[in-house]
Design a protein around this ligand. Structure first.
Ligand code: SIN
Length: 323
């Protein structure tokens, strides 16, 4: 399992694989789209980065927790990842954990761990790639090298993301492009720093750990309440919300237009849902920013959270309320 070990080693970084394009394989090296995500295990990802084998100051372990295209990410895998990372961080010699993940839902998994994992002042660094491992100029190996460097860095803490030369707080992350190698942004917060030639230039403090209200014991995924996201758009139909409530939704996040405005037919249906006991929150469908301020007659605001983040908060609130 360890890819490198040395008598001079002072700490361990564990790379936990969950799939994604970083572990993706295409038939041709010039194919960046028609590949299959999640084909390579974490050991294979580490093995193709010679600079990792040269780190005589580090033991690097690699293990594969899942092999998913992250569009298929699920609550059970979140719980398994949270438990595994928590166990790894509890080992005194482990300086930090790297999680390789698909870019598509990375921001959701990072936010879930940010909100529910006790980090013990250690870093959990997500990384990913926009090009499969078989691409002529795959971006995964450099991203992985940067992530391991960050995870081993003394003093680093929080749920972080190392991607395309930038370091983000997991809670600030938004995927803003479907194809470009520089696919992520952190909006007004900006990156925490940049990785340049193997060194971090940090612009601001490490993210603070939030209060982990729901951290204690999350129930098994099958017992989680159903929380869905509905997008507001021209011609939106309130019947969509009625159908979701009829299908068992206990919470709804409406991804509104602009600063969280919502089509009136959805507002009417959301009011019916609230009257039936469903908790509704209003976010923005814009890639960056959130909902600023509020109006007296508006549905409750999710503030600066993206719709997927607001969905996670609402899940945790409903789980806590059911205790
Ligand atoms: C995925 O999210 O698993 C596929 C897309 C990617 O990693 O870029």
């Amino acid at each position: 399992m360890p890819s490198t070990a040395s008598s001079a080693a002072v700490s361990t970084v564990v790379v936990v694989g969950t799939g994604g394009t970083i572990a993706g394989v295409a038939e041709r090296a010039d194919d960046h789209v028609g590949y299959k995500a999640g084909q390579l295990g974490a050991q294979a990802l580490v093995a193709v980065v010679p600079a990792l084998a040269e780190r005589t100051d580090l033991v690097i372990e690699a293990e594969t927790l899942a092999s998913l295209d992250s569009c298929d990410m699920d609550h059970g895998t979140w719980l398994a990842l949270r438990e595994r990372v928590s166990t790894l961080l509890a080992r005194p010699e482990v300086a930090g954990v790297v999680v390789t993940h698909g870019t598509d839902t990375l921001e959701e998994t990072a936010y879930f761990l940010h909100r529910t994992l006790e980090l013990a002042a250690k870093p959990v660094v997500f990384t990913a790639a926009m090009r499969p491992a078989t691409a002529l100029s795959a971006d995964g190996p450099q991203n992985l090298l940067d992530a391991v460097t960050l995870a081993a860095r003394s003093g680093a803490s929080g749920v972080l993301v190392a991607f395309a030369g930038r370091v983000y707080a997991g809670a600030d992350l938004r995927k803003v492009h479907g194809y470009r190698v520089e696919a992520f942004d952190a909006g007004d917060a900006g990156p925490i720093g940049v990785m340049a030639d193997g060194r971090l230039r940090r612009f601001r403090p490490w993210p603070e750990e939030p209060a982990h209200a729901a951290a204690a014991a999350l129930p098994a995924a099958g017992a989680w309440p159903t929380v869905d996201i509905v997008t507001s758009h021209a011609g939106a139909r309130g019947g969509v919300i009625d159908a979701l409530v009829a299908a068992g939704a206990r919470g709804l996040v409406i991804a509104g237009t602009g600063n969280g405005s919502v089509h009136r037919s959805l507002v009417e249906a959301a009011r019916r849902a609230e009257a039936a006991g469903v908790v509704v929150r209003r976010a923005s469908r814009c890639q960056l920013g959130g909902v600023v301020g509020t109006r007296p007659d508006a549905l409750p605001s999710a503030g600066m959270l993206s719709a997927p983040q607001a969905r996670i908060e609402l899940l945790l609130d409903l789980i806590a309320a059911a205790r």
